[in-house]
Design a protein around this ligand. Structure first.
Ligand code: BES
Ligand code: ZN
Length: 457
């Protein structure tokens, strides 16, 4: 291992330049205009994976964006086979004017690299690629069998990967799935994420009168879809943060006293949190701490809302249409399809006759949890300790990576989530960044991890 760690140390600058190349590709998955760029990122990965010495490198076409696969399976039957998963697609960059530097022209300032995708998830998949390279270039082999799969649709729901893993079950069969697409709990605190929330994403469209109307001539005569929408949204939650959709909490797994005690031990400073966000007060479900509310309890949030005049100045219009996007984060045992049904039923119940309404389910994903008493988690603890010099903490992440549940259901493989991002990396926001110290420590950690995993079968 010493040789490998030295190799990582002496190749740092090259690693960084390569990462910058990867980050220059604007692989935004939800914008048609960037379809070719998403393909470009897949081909870039294909070439890179060939270059480091992986076998069977292949780009699989799908109905959406491509899936990149490669493997190295010569370590024999006495060691585990690990699937390394990540995504090379990135979020859109708007609002562009809030970026200090252009999102696809990576710049290093201090220890941070700024670019869209730097933390989510290109920088983190590159950690694995460079660890594999360090093993292969120094030893000509890997300590375990490895399959890698990188998708271009994580940010839009992984629809084609869900289908792909059903069809390619045999090719993807593995003992564990290792994923770096989450964050560390705080800086200098290596972390293992053992739970992810699920997601149910809905859209409400309302139509009132058949055309926009003069609000003087018609105001008072017909209901206004924006007013109706506001009232409906207001009925989704009470003022104590409890979600009012009938049956919403029916399947929610209760938090155990033990888990709640563990959450209390996480280093969380409410004052710092408020200061960072520049808010005077926090809000969330009554009876739960902030740590619990943002990771282990379900939520409902409006993500977008529209209707009427939004331009400069005033326009006296009574709009014909209004709409909103509403997402719910789900916790173990909740099923996104069932929640979508309950949502639609409730919305129908509270909608007045004065508007026509359409409720659409956009996408969803199941929550996931990893049992923390498995040997692969123990090996992760040891590796993080070696890579960072500190004992890691366990926590649940509020975000979602829906494919993790499918890996478990379809392949029977537990997800091991080693996140190297930081909570303030601005993922999905302007000025996304990634800490290069964690990038390099991550590469060493993962190199140790592959070695540690070879001892557990
Ligand atoms: N990397 C994130 C998941 C994540 C979010 C990790 C927050 C750590 C903190 C992932 O790329 C993501 O954003 N997922 C989406 C999934 C959705 C589109 C199905 C999410 O959580 O919104
Ligand atoms: Zn991500």
């Amino acid at each position: 291992m010493e040789k490998i760690i030295k190799y990582i140390e002496s190749n740092k600058d090259r690693y960084l330049e390569e990462l910058k190349d990867f980050l220059r590709i604007p692989s935004i998955s939800n914008e048609e205009a960037h379809k070719a760029d998403v393909v470009k990122a897949a081909v870039w990965l294909e070439n890179h994976l060939k270059g480091i010495g992986l076998d069977n490198v292949k780009v699989f076409e799908t109905e959406g964006h491509p899936i990149v696969y490669a493997d190295w399976l010569k370590a024999g039957n006495n060691v585990p086979t690990v699937l390394v998963y990540g995504h090379y697609d990135v979020q859109p960059v708007d609002p562009l004017e809030l970026w200090t530097d252009p999102p696809f022209e990576p710049v290093v300032k201090g220890s941070k690299i700024y670019a869209r995708g730097s933390a989510d998830d290109k920088g983190q998949i590159f950690i694995h690629i460079k660890s594999l390279e360090a093993h292969l270039k120094n030893n000509g082999k890997l300590p375990i069998n490895v399959k890698v799969i990188f998708e271009g649709e994580e940010e839009i729901g992984s629809e084609n990967l869900h289908k792909f893993i059903e069809v390619q079950k045999d090719m993807l069969k593995s003992d564990y799935v290792v994923i770096s697409d989450t964050s560390m709990y705080t800086d200098n605190l290596p972390s293992i994420c053992y739970g992810l929330r699920g997601l149910c994403f809905m859209q409400i469209d309302l139509v009132g009168p058949n055309r926009d109307l003069h609000s003087g001539s018609f105001g008072g005569g017909v209901n206004n879809p924006i007013n109706v929408l506001a009232e409906m949204i207001n009925k989704l939650k009470d003022d104590k943060g409890k979600i009012l959709i009938d049956g919403f909490y029916d399947d929610v797994e209760k938090l155990t006293d033990n888990e709640r005690a563990e959450f209390k031990r996480l280093p969380f400073d409410e004052k710092e949190y408020m200061k960072d966000l520049e808010v005077e007060e926090l809000f969330g479900e009554e009876g739960y701490t902030t740590v619990e509310r943002v990771s282990a309890r379900p939520t409902l949030d409006c993500n977008g809302i529209w209707g009427g005049y939004q331009g400069q100045g005033a326009k006296t219009v009574l709009p014909s249409v209004a709409g909103a996007k509403v997402s719910m984060r789900l916790v173990p045992n909740q099923d996104p399809d069932k929640i979508a049904e309950l949502f639609e039923k409730y919305i129908n119940k509270i909608a007045p006759k004065s508007v026509k309404m359409k409720v659409t389910s956009l996408h969803g994903g199941k929550p996931s949890v990893t049992a923390i008493d498995t040997p692969a988690i123990k090996a992760a603890v040891d590796s993080l300790k070696k890579g960072f010099g500190v004992d890691p903490v366990f926590f649940k992440e509020g975000g979602s990576i829906p494919i993790v549940n499918s890996f478990k259901e379809v392949l029977g493989a537990d997800g091991i989530l080693l996140g190297f991002g930081l909570p303030d990396d601005n993922i999905h926001s302007p000025n996304e960044k990634f800490d290069l110290n964690n990038f390099y420590k991550g590469i060493s950690t993962v190199a140790y991890y592959y070695e540690e995993l070879s001892k557990i079968k």
